[in-house]
Design a protein. Structure first.
Length: 812
RNA sequence: GCCGAAGUGGCGGAACUGGUAGACGCGCUGGACUCAAAAUCCAGUGGGGCUUGGCCCCGUGCGGGUUCGAUUCCCGCCUUCGGCACCA
């Protein structure tokens, strides 16, 4: 018998698919939109920083199986591919290896594309894009200008996070525990002019419109909710004694206003220097501010709370008492107003601060029905609490107290209900070379002027010296920077910052629908046909950054009228990571395995199958060569068994046990892929079927069972399935409809009845289907091991589960 | 500290709605084929016990509970992993 030689057949079918455009899907004809038999399957686009490893391959297998399955179920399936090729990884790689980032990126893209093609994935290559190509980033710039027109992109001086290693600013989202998420360097604070997207305007939409999502992992939604950090509270205005100046604070506990015994400003608060100017405290306060500035975020958080008194006071609007103003770095300038009222009795942080500096502690909320807690102590939050020591608000339950105090503040003009967010505006400018230029011109007369649409794209200039030096490398391209102002024609300068790569990847999923459009980023009708993405697939590491930004972009595009949908991804699936030797695959750990040599020796199909067989896709998994061998064996067995069946000739679709097994397998695999999203168990089901065929040589249903096995395994092992299908005298399995199980054949005429006594299995007996309950009980009682236990005792109850089991409950 | 997910043989995992725990694969043991080996094929394989052609007991992280019946539901704990964390 001919041997299974994957290298030969895989090349053959890959060529056929490419030649026939097997996985190229056309856009709908204009006007014919409305057909809902479409599926948009999308995996997060890869960053071409090196080559593809097994972890990536596993991720793409998920979309692979789903798109084959749904196409064969009659849907138009869009599954594109592209490359997120701008950004630090390509630039850093270029710096290390020497050379231009473009060359590095394009070399990596070519290498990855070759790897992908060798995997034989069903991808529509006619829509491929790379975010560094001018044909793409022209429209990234165009979208930026639309944001700019609406005030959603703006420039301001801000205290920003600076990575001293990457020599660029970072978005808040890119700072983890005070460190750069890319390189791990401790982040520094700097004050710089930067570009921002006003994502905070969309904070509520980003929260509320989660309701429009069909199926997202709960934990991803929770992470986004935490990140946005909406909290309801009030802004309370405090007046500085002596100057009449006012300082607002944000609080979620306006009910504790009477307990505010001190007031704290963040060291960065703009009023600090003014408040202490010329006072005795000035030197100490300014020294404290300097010391805080030198402390890293991590240090600030780990030390005990400290601070310094300003000697000045504000008036507590509730009590009319003057309370001291302190400066302390446990108050963060980035959150709320950079100032807080200190309520030590009801806030742990304020309490430890008050303890250290001997500040007054006043209880103003106490559990109902109990006698007042001791003065000067911290009082835990409790379910049923009421206000005390709060003037006319005393005795009110806390929620009402909150409302009443806010109402009173509003009437007095001393505050109002507000909502605080943890979310900050998205800092999008980067002082690096390899990114999308910001299409803005600075003119001394006209100020900040957008580049007119018809002058897009603003091409990234070719420069030799692109190394990060703390200011934008683009600034050194003097000919490029110098430009005439589009508004007044005078001398002007180009913006030299580039965009964060997350901007590039915030709209690519729409460009795929209309990738060659050179008059607009995409056609709205086509975009509205394909989107939202029916199944988005990616790593949970993008739970906040990319997914939040893409949602934000989509909402803005919808508000502008560019698209008809509010959410880009209806269903999201986050897959687990692939480990090896107990650790996540990474170059630094040296445990990376690439598919290439495995493809060469065992074929792409073995790699494809194994990566899904290894375990549930949503869980982490461990690559084991021993397990891989089992799959290689299975493919050889499949090959042999099917070729034997092909020789057996067509004896028609008989019924009988093997035919029934085949239909059962169809039902299982269809349900697992289509409904349960379980991609490992279908492989086991097909293995069972193949084992069964091997055990029954000469069975009249052999050929049918073999065809079924081949057809069901096709989304996983596309090459061998196609080859075997051809040898079974058919053609083009990828276009063949997905098989359907014959319900009638699934009905069994007998089954194995499980018999329990007091819930423990004591026997099994084959019985005909459809027996009445009392007959089932009678059969159960006849079993010897059951009879032995019924001797001399009374059956109190008999539970019958039709088609499954009988449980006899006896005394005792 | 708060939130979330997970814990099943020697290993990866299966058991979907409370109804046969361990499908499928790896490994291991025995057998067939072979001069021999590899490959392949067949059979067995959770643990313990016994009067061993069979039967009994135990068994899904630990302790309770609900139920005729719990890997599955409820309460309490332990461990591991992930996220958030001075957010006023």
């Amino acid at each position: 018998m001919e041997r299974y030689e994957p290298a030969k057949i895989e090349r053959k079918w890959q060529e056929i698919w490419a030649r026939e455009g097997a996985f190229t899907v056309p856009n709908p004809e204009p006007g014919s939109v409305g057909d809902d038999r479409k599926t948009y399957v999308l995996e997060m686009l890869p960053y071409p920083s090196g080559e593809l490893h097994m972890g990536h391959v596993r991720n793409y297998m998920l979309g692979e199986v789903v798109s084959h399955f749904r196409r064969r179920r009659g849907e138009a399936v869009l599954r594109p591919m592209g490359f997120d090729s701008f950004g630090l990884p390509a630039e850093n790689a270029a710096i290390k290896e020497g050379g231009h980032p473009r060359d590095v990126a394009e070399r990596n893209i070519a290498a990855i594309r070759t790897q992908i093609e060798r995997m034989g994935w069903a991808i529509d290559w006619s829509r491929v894009l790379a975010t560094h190509e001018p044909e793409y980033y022209r429209w990234t710039q165009w979208l930026f200008l639309r944001f700019f027109e609406r005030g959603l992109a703006y420039r301001r001086e801000a205290a920003v996070k600076w990575c001293p290693n990457d020599q660029t600013v970072l978005a808040n989202e890119q700072v983890i525990d005070g460190r750069c998420e890319r390189c791990g360097a401790e982040v520094e604070a700097k004050s710089l002019e930067q570009w921002f997207f006003r994502i905070t305007d969309y904070a509520d939409a980003l929260l509320d419109e989660m309701a429009l999502l069909e199926s997202w992992p709960e934990r991803v939604l929770t992470m986004q909710r935490n990140w946005i950090g909406r909290s309801e509270g009030a802004e309370v205005v405090f007046e500085v004694e002596g100057s009449g100046e006012t300082i607002p604070v944000f609080t979620t506990r306006p009910d504790t206003l009477f307990g505010a015994t001190f007031f704290v400003l963040a060291p960065e608060h703009p009023l600090v220097s003014e408040l202490v100017r010329g006072t005795e405290a000035e030197r100490d306060v300014l020294a404290y501010v300097r010391r805080s500035a030198a402390r890293s975020a991590v240090e600030r958080e780990e030390k005990d709370k400290d601070g310094v008194s300003t000697g000045r006071h504000v008036v507590n609007p509730a009590t009319g008492e003057p309370i001291p103003i302190w400066v302390a770095d446990y108050v963060l300038m980035e959150y709320g107003t950079g100032a807080v009222m200190g309520v030590p009795a009801h806030d742990e942080r304020d309490f430890s601060f008050a303890e250290r500096y001997g500040l007054a502690v006043r209880t103003v909320v106490a559990p109902a029905g109990e006698k007042a807690p001791p003065e000067g102590a911290f009082v835990e939050h409790s379910a049923d609490e009421r206000l005390v020591n709060s003037g006319r608000f005393s005795e009110l339950p806390a929620p009402e107290g909150k409302r009443a105090i806010v109402e009173w503040l509003e009437a007095e003009g001393r505050g109002q209900a507000t909502i605080g967010y943890r979310l900050r505006d998205w800092l999008l400018s980067r002082q690096r070379y390899w990114g999308c230029p910001i299409p803005i011109i600075h003119c001394d007369r006209c100020g900040v002027v957008p580049v007119p649409d018809d002058q897009l794209p603003v091409l990234l200039p070719e420069i030799e010296e692109y190394l990060p030096k703390g200011r934008s490398p683009l600034a050194s391209a003097e000919d490029w920077v110098r430009v005439s102002c589009p508004s007044c024609g005078g001398e002007a300068r180009r913006e030299t910052d580039t965009m964060d790569t997350f901007v590039d990847s915030s709209w690519y999923f729409i460009r795929y629908t209309d990738p060659a459009n050179d008059g607009a980023p995409f056609d709205r009708e086509i975009a509205d046909y394909w989107l939202p993405v029916n199944q988005y697939i990616g790593g949970v590491e993008h739970a906040i950054l990319h997914l939040l930004y893409a949602r934000f972009f989509t909402k803005v595009m919808n508000d502008i009228g560019l698209v008809g949908f509010r959410e880009p991804f209806a269903r999201l699936f986050t897959q687990g990571m692939l480990h090896r030797h107990g650790a996540k695959m990474s170059k630094s750990k040296g445990n990376v395995i690439v598919p290439d040599e495995y493809i060469e020796r065992y074929g792409a199909d073995a790699v494809r199958l194994y990566l899904l067989f290894i375990g549930p896709v949503e869980q982490d998994a461990e690559w084991q060569d021993a397990g891989f061998e089992g799959i290689v064996r299975f493919l050889h067995r499949l090959w042999r068994v099917v070729l034997e069946a092909a020789e057996a000739g067509d004896e028609g679709t008989a019924d009988g046990p093997l035919a029934r097994k085949a239909h059962e397998t169809i039902a299982r695999v269809t349900d697992d892929i289509g409904r349960r999203f379980a991609l490992n168990t279908p492989i086991a089901a097909v293995m069972e079927l193949v084992n069964e065929i091997g055990r029954r040589p000469g069975d009249p249903a052999m050929r049918f069972a073999a065809e079924t096995a081949v057809s069901l395994i096709q989304p996983y092992a596309a090459h061998i399935a196609e080859e075997l299908w051809e040898r079974l005298e058919h053609s083009r399995l990828w276009e063949e409809p997905w098989p359907e199980a014959d319900e009638a054949l699934l009905e069994r005429d007998s089954f194995v009845l499980v018999v329990q006594v007091n819930g423990k299995v004591r026997g099994r007996v084959e019985v005909p289907a459809g027996l009445p309950e009392d007959e089932l009980v009678a059969r159960a009682k006849e079993l010897p091991r059951v009879r032995a236990r019924l001797d001399g005792v009374e059956i109190r109850k008999a539970i019958v589960v039709p088609g499954k089991l009988v449980n006899l409950v006896v005394q005792g």
